[in-house]
Every structure is written in structure tokens, then in C-alpha cells.
Design a protein around this ligand. Structure first.
Ligand code: WTA
Length: 670
């Protein structure tokens, strides 16, 4: 981003350039026109009990909630932060997502069209088959002693068994923790040590594009690490995707079983556990500003309502006619809410894809769209930019006539990518839902609605029902009208995280201490004269690389774990495809000399400690780092040096040793 004046012009251009929903979209939409949205939005804030009851009643509850529908305290000055929704109620999200559809006579409807990494490798799973799969896995888990409240870790590729295993945990009241298959053994071990499961569910190995990923071997190593640190996992269930002998990894007698021996023979009937609305549903580890990822905890009732309502209104899902495809992996929150739970709660048919958008070539997504007649397509800006870079021909080669709605998530989408997505991919017919939300929020927070919201390229537009955003200045004053500042939320919404697993203090500290009485999002934003919100990116030490959240502190502590690295400071630089890339300043032990081999070793260390997606693009040798007299690293200065903008350093009078800056500039590119 350049200066404010430049941004103004861009914004002005975008304001003048609104994209109104086509009639065909409006006609079938759940919410029609901006006034339809506004009426419902006002009601959601002025009468949350009636609004949320009405939504929640479209799902099945074993026991109804008491009034008020939400009890909370968000202000730490008034005591501990607590949030509860649908108190007194009991439900089961797995029953609602799976059984309910079967009982409604939709057992033969396709739940998943699964498309494997290689073309021609595919499976279809109906709702009835899904139910049977879930029940069998449930009976296996019960046979090894898993019960309500127990943790289960899932480290899998995107096969139907992954959402099924998630729904299985939910069915028996166990708490799932899905770890993305791109995390390293050490990162997996950290997550296992935090949630202490007795069971891990995994896959032998899989192909991502041309590359084999040895998931089971990684689990083996992670379990060894966790055992060394005091936690033993007694059971590993493995789905044989690629032959184990091809990808590596072994079966440990007494601990490891294959799907075939342990699950296939189980009875395909298993009762559900009716769970209190506030019972934990899952933990999902995400990055923050410290080195230790936090287990974001979501609960059964509120999360279920949030997932269902947003999927319904934001994508206007009509289960009979839509084929929905969200490209996210279930290892991230988008895969939790908009692959596993949201679409299934609506009885929708969806595509899930194990591979990558560029394999075997950059036309793969559009070939899949045509193959399954996908109507709703939801992906991340980084994928859009990567495909844009390969040229239009990969897109226009396919018809894409079935598409009617597009979605974007994970990072701000730049207007250029938005326009390409809109014009070329969507052929100018398909509104783009730019959905802003977070692991912590559980579901969409600021987003257009297809038949209601005029779009502006690069803008997440307006708050979803029940969401009351505010923009604060640095001192915590609420700004009015058009403004730029820090995005906070003023009241709880059903799918809000309830705590950091095992560390409620950290929950309060991270989200409720900076600005009393508000939920702090960590994002900056701009509100324009139409009241539209433009997310400008993180204001804390969190990086967003290809839509993946990574803490600077995590990467720094990985680098420092290398024996010759004494200190590291990581900043983000803009990247044309990834959005941001990681730029690391590294100070070596006295006596160690910079070299290409060492650079490779340092990058390999980060891959090993966190995972390949967190690898720095640049290692900048730094004899010293710019620090204040109190020893705090001035990242602002490092960002400018990394971006070759040292002429715009701003005030450096607090630097303990100003000569460091010149030294670093001279070492750039060395
Ligand atoms: C960013 C992903 C702009 C934001 C669902 C947020 C976005 C972080 C958008 C959460 C969007 C997500 N526009 N920025 N549409 N969506 N972000 O927890 O910085 O992986 O705080 O959740 O991604 O990332 P997370």
C-alpha cells in the first residue's frame, strides 16, 4: 500500500464502481435487496433472542434453551470474561449434520463428491453412506475407550474420512483437534502435548500435486517426541490411502491399526450423545503474537448455529440445486465451518478435493467445476492470484456455466485479483462473497450477501447478522462515520470462541485486555462513507502467508533453535502471489560465518519445526538488530529495510545504535 492519498483515489474508484447483484441471484436469495438486509440486521441486534431462536429452531435440539439466549461478560473490569449461548439446551451437531438428513429421506443425496489428487481418482459418498461411516468410526473410538470430553487428534489429508472423523468425535461428545497435514512432526507433537489425546487418526500418506506426503511417518515421529516429553498416545487409526511401503512409516504393534481391520467391521449404528450447548466441540490451534500456538475452543450449540446460518445466507445454498465447493483443507477453520459443518447442516452436496489447484495444470479447478457442475465456489486470494498469473486460457478452456456464486477468504483480496476472479472466472455473472472472519470467530463476520449487497472490489462490505463491529483509535476511542483504525466487535455472536484451551487468562489477555469491553480482532480496517468495512490486515505480530496464519514469534523461535543463530527478527513483505512472504533477519553466533549452506539449513530448521509453509523466503544476515534503548526490536524499521524503503524510516531517535540501520542496508541481498 502506498500513501493515504493514493488509497483514497482507489477507494473512490471502487465506490463509484459498485457491482449490483444480478436479478437471477436476487430472485432466489434468502435476503433480497439492501433494505432486506438492513431490516434483518437491525432485528438481529435489537432483538437477538427472537432472531437467534428463529434461526436455531431450524435445527434439531434434544432440549430447548432458556432465556436469555446469550449470557456474557466481555469486560475484564467486571470479572472474568464469559460467553454462553443457548444455555440449558442440548443438541448434537453430528446428528444435525448427518442423521437429520437421512431421517428426512435424503439418504441417497450425495454429501461428498471426492476428487483425488490425480485426475480420474474419485469417490462419491451419500448421506446414508456418511452416516454409516461416522457410526463405524464412532464404534471403533468407543472400543478403545474414547468418551465424552476426551480429546482426539486428526492428522489427515482431505479424504471423506476426515470430515467424517470430525463428525464422529462430535457424535460421541469427544473433542476433535484437526492438525493441518502440512505441519511438521514437531508442530504436531506440540499440539498433541497441549491437548493430550489418547487416539490419533491419520492417513498413511498422500500425494499433493507431484509430491508424496508421508503423514503416518510424521505421526510416528511426533508420537516419539511427545512420548519423550511425557505424553503417550495409545491408539493410532490409519487409513491406507497410499501403500505404507511406498510412502514410509511403520505400524507399531499394539498401538496402530488400519481402517480396514478396525473400522470396516464395526456395526454401522451408534447412538448420539446429546451434549449441552456449551460443551466443547473442538480445539483448533492458531497463531498469535507469542511463540506458542493457542487452542481456540469452540462449543457445540453456538458454533452449530453460526456455521449453519452463515452458510445458508452467505452462499444462499439451496440443497436441491446447488453443488458447493470450498477448496479449504479441514485443517483450517474454513474447512471446519465451510466444508465439514455448514454444508452438511444444510444437507448440501459438495465437492472436496485432495489435490492442489495447479496439478496437473492450472486448469484443474475449472475442470472440476465443469465435471461436477459446481454452482458455488469458495477459495482464497492466494489461489486466485496464482491462477491469474498462469493466464486466462486455463480458465476459458472450460465452460464454468454452472457457476453462480464465488467466495473469497483468508486475507484481503486485492482489487486486481477481485476483478479477474469476477470477470474471467465468473464471466461477470457471479457475485463474489469476500468473507472476513477468523479461527476465533468460528463463522463469517463481515461479508456481503448474494442478493442484497452491492459489491466493491476488495471490500468485505457489511457485518453479518448479530455482529456489531466498531472501529477504534489507538487510545480506544470509538470512531464514527468514515474512518480508519482498529477493528473490534462489541457483543458476542453464537460461534464466538469461548476460551483458549487450558488457558483462560491467555484468552482474556489476547482478546479483551487491549480495549475493555470489546473483542479485539487483531485486524485494522477502514470504514467508508457507505459504512462498508475494508480490512487492511493484521495490526499485531501475525503474518498471513498464502492465507495461512503464522506468528512472527513462532518463526523466530524456530530460527533461534538452530545452534548458530543467536537472534532472529521476522517481518512480512508484500508478495504478488502469497500476499505476504516471510523475511527473516538473523544474527549469528560470534565465529559463525554466513554462507548459502547455512541459509539453507536455517530455512530447513523452520520447515522442520513448523512446516514447509512457514519457510522464510529471505534470510538477511544481521550483525545487529535495530533496538530501542530498552531492548525492544523495532520491527517497523526492519519492515522498511526489507521493503527497500529505508528513506521512509520515520522517527529513529529511540534507537540504541542508529548505525545498525546502515549496516543492514549494506548487507541486503548478500
Ligand atoms: C485475515 C481465516 C481480509 C484477517 C478465516 C484475519 C481476511 C485472519 C479475510 C484470520 C478477508 C481472513 N479479508 N482479511 N476476507 N479473511 N482474513 O484465523 O487478517 O486463519 O484476522 O481465519 O485472516 O485468519 P484465520
Amino acid at each position: 500500500m502506498s500513501d493515504a492519498g493514493d488509497q483514497k483515489t482507489k477507494e473512490q474508484a471502487s465506490i463509484d464502481d459498485k457491482f449490483f447483484p444480478p436479478d437471477a441471484i436476487v430472485e432466489r436469495a434468502y435476503v433480497q435487496g439492501l433494505s432486506g438486509y438492513k431490516d434483518l440486521y437491525e432485528r438481529s441486534l435489537s432483538d437477538p433472542d427472537s432472531f437467534w431462536s428463529e434461526q436455531a429452531e431450524t435445527l434439531t435440539w434434544h432440549k430447548k434453551w432458556s432465556s436469555p439466549i446469550c449470557k456474557y461478560n466481555l469486560n475484564i473490569e467486571n470479572g472474568p470474561v464469559n460467553i454462553s449461548w443457548f444455555d440449558g439446551a442440548e443438541t448434537n451437531i453430528s446428528w444435525n449434520a448427518v442423521d437429520r438428513n437421512v431421517e428426512a429421506g435424503l439418504g441417497d443425496r450425495v454429501a461428498f463428491y471426492w476428487e483425488g489428487n490425480d485426475e480420474g481418482v474419485e469417490r462419491t459418498v451419500t448421506y446414508a453412506q456418511l452416516k454409516s461411516m461416522v457410526c463405524r468410526i464412532a464404534n471403533y473410538l468407543k472400543s478403545v475407550g474414547v468418551k465424552r470430553g476426551d480429546d482426539v487428534t486428526l492428522y489427515m489429508s482431505l479424504v471423506p474420512e476426515l470430515p467424517a472423523a470430525m463428525a464422529t468425535c462430535a457424535r460421541i461428545g469427544a473433542i476433535h483437534s484437526v492438525v493441518f497435514g502440512g505441519f511438521s512432526a514437531e508442530a504436531l507433537a506440540d499440539r498433541i502435548l497441549d491437548s493430550t489425546p489418547n487416539v490419533v487418526i491419520t492417513v498413511s500418506g498422500t500425494m499433493r500435486g507431484p509430491k508424496p506426503i508421508p503423514l503416518k511417518a510424521i505421526v510416528d515421529e511426533a508420537l516419539q517426541i511427545s512420548e519423550g516429553k511425557g505424553h503417550t498416545v495409545h491408539h493410532v487409526l490409519m487409513l491406507e490411502q497410499l501403500p505404507l511401503s511406498d510412502v514410509g512409516g511403520s505400524m507399531k504393534a499394539g498401538r496402530d491399526v488400519t481402517w480396514r481391520e478396525a473400522v470396516d467391521s464395526q456395526p454401522d449404528d451408534c447412538p448420539v450423545e446429546w451434549m449441552p450447548a456449551e460443551a466443547p466441540l473442538f480445539k483448533l490451534y492458531t497463531s498469535g503474537s507469542t511463540g506458542k500456538p493457542k487452542g481456540v475452543l469452540h462449543t457445540a450449540g453456538g458454533y452449530m448455529v453460526g456455521a449453519m446460518v452463515t452458510t445458508k445466507f452467505v452462499f444462499d445454498v439451496q440443497p436441491v440445486s446447488d453443488v458447493y465447493w470450498c477448496t479449504a483443507d479441514c485443517g483450517w477453520i474454513t474447512g471446519h465451518t465451510y466444508v465439514t459443518y455448514g454444508p452438511l447442516l444444510l444437507g448440501a452436496t459438495q465437492v472436496i478435493f485432495e489435490g492442489v489447484p495447479t496439478w496437473p495444470d492450472a486448469g484443474r479447478c475449472w475442470s472440476i467445476v465443469d465435471k461436477y457442475k459446481v454452482t458455488i465456489f469458495y477459495t482464497a486470494p492466494t489461489a486466485i492470484r496464482a491462477l491469474h498469473a498462469r493466464g486466462d486460457a486455463f480458465v476459458t478452456r472450460y465452460s464454468r456455466a454452472s457457476l453462480r456464486l464465488l467466495g473469497s477468504v483468508g486475507e484481503p483480496i486485492n482489487p486486481e485479483a477481485w476483478r479477474w476472479y469476477y470477470e474471467v472466472v465468473g464471466g461477470g455473472r457471479c457475485p463474489i462473497m469476500d468473507t472476513w472472519w477468523q479461527t476465533e470467530t468460528g463463522s463469517h463476520m463481515i461479508t456481503p450477501l448474494p442478493g442484497a449487497t452491492p459489491l466493491k472490489p476488495g471490500c468485505a462490505t457489511l457485518p453479518f447478522f448479530g455482529v456489531e463491529p466498531a472501529v477504534l483509535d489507538e487510545k480506544g476511542n470509538e470512531l464514527q462515520g468514515p474512518c480508519e483504525g482498529i477493528l473490534v466487535i462489541k457483543r458476542p455472536w453464537p460461534s464466538m470462541m469461548r476460551t483458549v484451551a487450558g488457558d483462560h487468562k491467555r484468552f482474556e489477555q489476547t482478546y479483551f485486555s487491549a480495549f475493555k469491553g470489546y473483542y479485539f480482532t487483531g485486524d485494522g480496517c477502514r470504514r467508508d462513507s457507505d459504512g462498508y468495512y475494508w480490512i487492511t490486515g493484521r495490526v499485531d505480530d501475525v503474518l498471513n502467508v498464502s492465507g495461512h496464519r503464522i506468528g512472527t514469534a513462532e518463526v523466530e523461535s524456530a530460527l533461534v533453535s538452530h545452534p548458530v543463530c543467536v537472534e532472529a527478527a521476522v517481518v512480512a513483505v508484500e508478495h504478488a502471489i502469497k500476499g505476504q512472504s516471510i523475511y527473516a533477519f538473523v544474527t549469528l553466533m560470534t565465529g559463525s560465518e554466513p554462507s548459502d549452506a547455512l541459509r539453507k539449513e536455517l530455512i530447513a530448521t523452520v520447515r522442520k519445526v513448523i512446516g514447509p509453509f512457514a519457510a522464510p523466503d529471505v534470510i538477511h544476515w544481521a550483525p545487529g538488530l535495530p533496538k530501542t534503548r530498552s531492548g525492544k526490536i523495532m520491527r517497523r524499521v526492519l519492515r522498511k529495510i526489507a521493503a527497500c524503503e529505508e528513506d521512509q524510516l520515520g522517527d529513529t531517535s529511540t534507537l540504541a545504535d542508529p548505525s545498525v540501520v546502515q549496516q543492514l542496508v549494506e548487507l541486503r541481498g548478500k
